[in-house]
Design a protein around this ligand. Sequence first.
Ligand code: SF4
Ligand code: FES
Length: 211
Amino acid sequence: MIPITINDKQTKVPEDLSVLEAVREQGIYIPTLCYHEALEPAGSCRLCIVEVEERGRVRTAASCVTPLTPNMIIRTDTEKILKIRRILLELLMARCPGLKVLEQMAAQMGVKKVRFAQEDDDCFLCGQCVRACSEIVGVSAIGFSDRGVNNKIGAPFLKASNVCISCGTCTTICPAGTFHLERVDNLVSLHRYSNEYHQEKCRVCGDHFVV
Ligand code: SF4
Ligand code: FES
């Protein structure tokens, strides 16, 4: 256990936690979009930003990818931190208007309007689907393609993947509900990736499997 201070309150926490885990252990809310307990943290959405102070040096950091150090001082609710989070959320809402998960977060964080030009996407590139496919399923059927504003999720060259096993893990973990797995008889379609697979029904358990 190591001593740290969170929002002026001293406490002791296991040293192998991230800043995010330590803060959440104290029951303090920090918004996250790319973090999932079952995955390696990616630090991509930056919504979990906090202020950390170590040996008198103050900086902002994505709490999900920041390790704890003894006597670290963490501030989760300064004006600056709340303002950065609100702007980041506004940018995500401009990219993906109408997404429930973002609207719920906006209500919680007091974001009442979006001041940026609206796009028409339904994926905020958190990468949870990509990491789940790689880290949990172990096949890496999907990934990021293109760069910058054209960055998107899909199988290589945005064609049907020949390693996808249509397990549906990506559809389950996606916080945005971006794509869907549809099963009609023995044909499974993974919408958005244009993938289609023939499956057989197991005579014992009745579940389907890729042949
Ligand atoms: S499809 Fe869903 S899980 Fe994958 S990057 Fe987009 S929002 Fe995240
Ligand atoms: S949750 Fe930490 S950067 Fe996304």
